[in-house]
Each structure stands twice: as C-alpha cells, then as structure tokens.
Design a protein around this ligand. Sequence first.
Ligand code: LLP
Length: 424
Amino acid sequence: MPATSDFTPIRTEFCGVSVSELAQKYGTPLFVYDAALIKERIQDLSEFDVVRYAQKACSNIAILDLVRKAGALVDSVSAGEIHRAIKAGYAPGGDPPRIVYTADVFDHDALDLVVEHGIHVNVGSPDMIDQLGERAPGSTITLRINPGFGHGHSQKTNTGGEQSKHGIWFDQAVDCVERAAKYDMTVTGLHMHIGSGTDFEHLSEVCDALEKTAESIGESLISISAGGGLPIPYTEDDTYIDLGKYFQLWNAVRKRLEAKFGHDVSLEIEPGRFLTAEAGVLLTEIRAVKTMGENTFYLVDAGFNNLARPILYGAYHPMSICPLAPGETEPDLQQVVVGGPLCESGDIFTQTEGGFVNARPLPKASVGDLLLIERAGAYGAVMSSNYNSKPFAAEVLIDTERPSLIRARQDYADLFRDEFIPND
Ligand code: LLP
C-alpha cells in the first residue's frame, strides 16, 4: 500500500487509459474499475489463511471472477449473491468452503439454494439453526457472534451491540452449539464483524471477544474469522490501518486457541470495501453549472441512484475533473457543490451526515467537462436504484490498460419490462 493516498484535482487518465476516451466509448455515468489494484489489495492480506471477499461491496460477476483468480474465496448474503458466486466460477463445497452464506435470516430461496448446493452457512440468528437442521441435518456451521459492541464509519454501518440486528448475542453461543447438536450439526468456526469502515482500536477489541467465546465453545472450532470492516482512505487525512500489526493480533489469538485445542485453526478475513473501493471511479459528465446565491453548483449526470453513500451516510468521496481541453497550467480552484439530476434536493454528492450541503474546492469547469467521483468501487454500483426511472450505469473493468465492458448500460425497455397493465 502507498504511504499516502494519491488525490489529484485533475485526472485525464485512469489505469493508463484516457478518461475522455472512456466517456466517449461507453457513455456516462460509468463505473470504471482497476483490476490491478483489486489484485494488489488481495495480495496485501495474504498473511491470512483465507481472504473471503464480501461481494456485497461490488458483485459484478467479472469482479468476482477476478477476485477468484487472485485466490480469494467469497461470502454471499443472499440467494442472488450465491447465484453470482456460482456464475463467476466458485464451485460450492471445498475445505475451507469456497462460498459461505452469512446472514441473519434465511428467506425461502436462500434456504432452498443452500440445501441444494450444500453451501456452508455462517449463522446469524439462532432460528436459522433449526431451519437448516431440519432440512440438512449433519451440516457443519459457523456462528456469527455479536460481541456486544460495534463500530462503523456511520451508526448505520455499526453491526455490533444491542441496537444491531446482526449476529448471535455472545452469551448465547454455547446454547447454539447445543441447539445445533440436536440436528447432529457441528459448530466448526466463529466469526465476528462489528462494523464497516471502523478503526484499528475497535477492530482489535474483537480479538479478545472472539477468543473468549471460542474458549467457551472449545475444540470443535477449526476456523475463526476477523470479519470485514477494514477502512480505506477517503480523505487526505485518512490513513491505512497497520495491516501487519492487525494480522499479528489475530495470529496471536489463533496460536493461543491452537495450543488450547491441540489442532490447527484457520484464520479468515472478510473484506469488502478494502478490496474494491479505491479501484473504482464513477465517471460523470457536467451537464449544468449554475450559481445560487453564494453557491456554485456543478450538476452531473449521475445521482444517488448511482452512488447512494453521500445521501445515506454523508460519506465523503474525493473528486477530480477531466477537462474537455486539458490546459498546461495549475488548475484554478473554486468552491463548488456537486449534485446530480434527480428530482430530490438530497441528490448532492458533497454533503455531510444529516444532509448538510457542503462546498469543496474543485477546478473551474464547464458543461461537457468530466467529473470523476473517486473511491466509488465499493457500495457504489451495487447500491444503485432506478429512482426517477434512471437506467443502471454501465461498468468497465480495466486490466493492463485494456478496458472491457462488464455491464452494459441498462436499456429503457428494461425499466418496465416486468410491469403489467391489467386487462380491463
Ligand atoms: N462481513 C460482514 C458480515 C458484513 O456485514 C460486511 C458489511 C462485510 C463483511 C464487509 O464490510 P467492509 O469490509 O466492506 O467494510 N453500504 C455501507 C457498508 C455496509 C456494509 C455492510 N456489511 C457503505 O457504503 O459504507
């Protein structure tokens, strides 16, 4: 990982490819991903026995295929994500299991699919044990434990503590082992994920909590998972966490458990954002520049239908401009608010939590210039909607300076393909 993040107000190339050529060829709004960076992030975590990609961050099958070929296994949180994993070449089964289903409920489709393919389940609610036990007695399962505390970049991404719906409350772990035994099921692993975009301090508290719960369950455990949640730098002040130190903390827990149990314990990590966030940009075109009192607005052709993180969490995404006619000189910056085309005042990319509109310095730009919303590779395309009947954006993956279309822009006919006007 670089010591500092590279933020730049002007960007005319992405992964060695001209940004304006990408816009011309594929249109905007467009998600563009850097394959090499995703592979590099998987490599950064190679000390862990298993890197299990939390595909909810970016689940295009081409991204899953890339992640699979780079050696990572996959986590799925729905029937749809299991279908995606299989489509991308992850064969169900394996030791460690190539596909894991982690959720707090089985809907009927997910339960059917898990049973059909023998997908390993990381159970997030005690009721799931009975539901799986009745259909697939004798399965091995892991437990997702809520350690009683959590932390995230927003209260909405905090997945631990009493206010969270996620996981099995830590003091019910042993009961769950007994509940599983009724169906001849064995608990072979523990998993904790306390939140997304948290910090080193909070992440490391999970080590102790997991170790205590593991001791209460004992030697049936052959794997532990640190969950996801690794932060990435979104602002110039953000830094990477010390991965070496983080691994050491977990490795020490694993070693102590191995000594206690008398057998190997495999150590997993389950990142989503860390693998794909920095690798993706949302490429947009400025369609209007206007002043409203003190504020200058750049209105682009992407909205929160394409990237919901700012309106949902007040999330900050760095931005850059690709001018139609690049100049030689230093960019002339001005304070601007960046918004989208949607008919809703919250459709602003430069806002803080609570919906407060912020201006930020960006190069002076005009209609037709391109604006890149950076670090949008995680929880970008996957959280898109068709609000205001906007089609889903296209997605392009660049590998060794070669762009490939990995999702076609949605067709207008697709918007209402599944809608019906009842007969009179
Ligand atoms: N494992 C579990 C069980 C999770 O619930 C999540 C994220 C992850 C792994 C991956 O977390 P990551 O490494 O990406 O932080 N939409 C929000 C993030 C929601 C995350 C939900 N669970 C955002 O845009 O920040």
